[in-house]
Write a protein that binds this ligand. Structure first.
Ligand code: C2E
Ligand code: CA
Ligand code: CA
Ligand code: CA
Length: 278
């Protein structure tokens, strides 16, 4: 029995070692990817449910790994979040998306005049560099702060006073703040009235559900957001029936495969035009 016990410990040790090695390799690779320009941003349109127009897009990172194709963020963001690498990635995403926005403007057509939402990790929000990072990306691209939104997940937003102050500072210069994945964390209705945010993104899990009580919950959230002066984006909309249900509860805007998948920069103008019929 003793031997078997030791055997198990060794196996466990081995697995752990392998997992840590894999994580370290991924981290090294990602560090290199940032330097060697292997990361790209794809953009997903956000559609106005009243007019069918697209006024903003969300920037979503992908890793173009040589010989392996596009690696989705779910694979490498968690690894990046274990270190300050996530802040480097955040700076890169801010700079790249705002520069691209200026390029879309210059090209004219359906891609011009858009706003962009960039995902910011909790670790970056807790870093004192965030405000400078945002300011310098805005300055370098010559983009108006009003055209940038930062998406921050609900869980991060709750406690930290310094983080709240940072959000207030960014809002004061005109940057919009969005709560991402709303409904998956612990924000209460009471907190909704006080959080320094402009936009609430309702998590896909609520949009997905046919359960009448979930639909009622979405109606309540949309109503509360309205009365607190927040705009609402429903995430992960895949079907026409979901569009109609969201319109019925007064939701402003939506995002999802029904309208467009996230697309590369060169395909964005076509995707924006394609969203118009709702
Ligand atoms: P998220 O911010 O909640 O982004 C939405 C995710 O839902 C994206 O996955 C998007 O492709 C996917 N999606 C959009 N519409 C639909 C739909 O109709 N159905 C379904 N099933 N999925 C849909 P993606 O691009 O794989 O990103 C996953 C997560 O990785 C993001 O979730 C975000 O948390 C993180 N992420 C992506 N880019 C960045 C980034 O630049 N910085 C940071 N810190 N995190 C990022
Ligand atoms: Ca997001
Ligand atoms: Ca989300
Ligand atoms: Ca998410």
């Amino acid at each position: 029995a003793k031997n078997a016990g030791r055997g198990r410990v060794e196996v466990y040790d081995d697995d752990l070692r392998q997992a840590l090695a894999a994580q370290a390799a991924l981290e090294d690779g990602l560090r290199r990817a940032l330097v060697e320009d292997e990361l790209v941003l794809h953009y997903q349109p956000v559609t106005d449910l009243e007019t069918g127009r697209v006024r903003s897009v969300e920037a979503l990172v992908r890793w173009q790994k040589p010989g392996e194709g596009l690696v989705p963020p779910g694979v490498f963001i968690p690894v990046a979040e274990a270190s300050d690498l996530i802040c480097d990635l955040g700076r890169w995403a801010l700079k790249t998306s705002l520069t691209q926005l200026a390029e879309f403007d210059a090209a004219g057509g359906p891609g011009s005049g858009l706003k962009v939402a960039v995902n910011i990790s909790g670790r970056h929000l807790r870093s004192p560099r965030l405000v400078d990072d945002v300011r310098s990306a805005l300055e370098a691209s010559g983009t108006a702060p009003q055209r940038l939104a930062l998406e921050i997940t609900e869980t991060v937003m709750v406690e930290d006073d310094a983080a709240w102050a940072r959000l207030e500072e960014l809002r004061a210069i005109g940057v919009q703040i969005a709560i991402d994945d709303f409904g998956t964390g612990y924000t209460s209705f009471g907190q909704l009235a006080r959080v320094p945010v402009d936009v609430l993104k309702i998590d896909r899990s609520f949009v997905d559900s046919d359960d009448p009580r979930t639909v009622e919950l979405v109606r309540l959230v949309v109503g509360a957001a309205r009365s607190f002066g927040l705009r609402v984006v429903a995430e992960g909309v895949e079907q026409a029936s979901q569009v109609h249900a969201l319109q019925a509860v007064g939701c402003d805007t939506a995002q999802g495969y029904y309208f467009s998948r996230p697309v590369s920069a060169d395909r964005l103008p076509a995707a924006v035009t394609g969203c118009h019929e709702i």
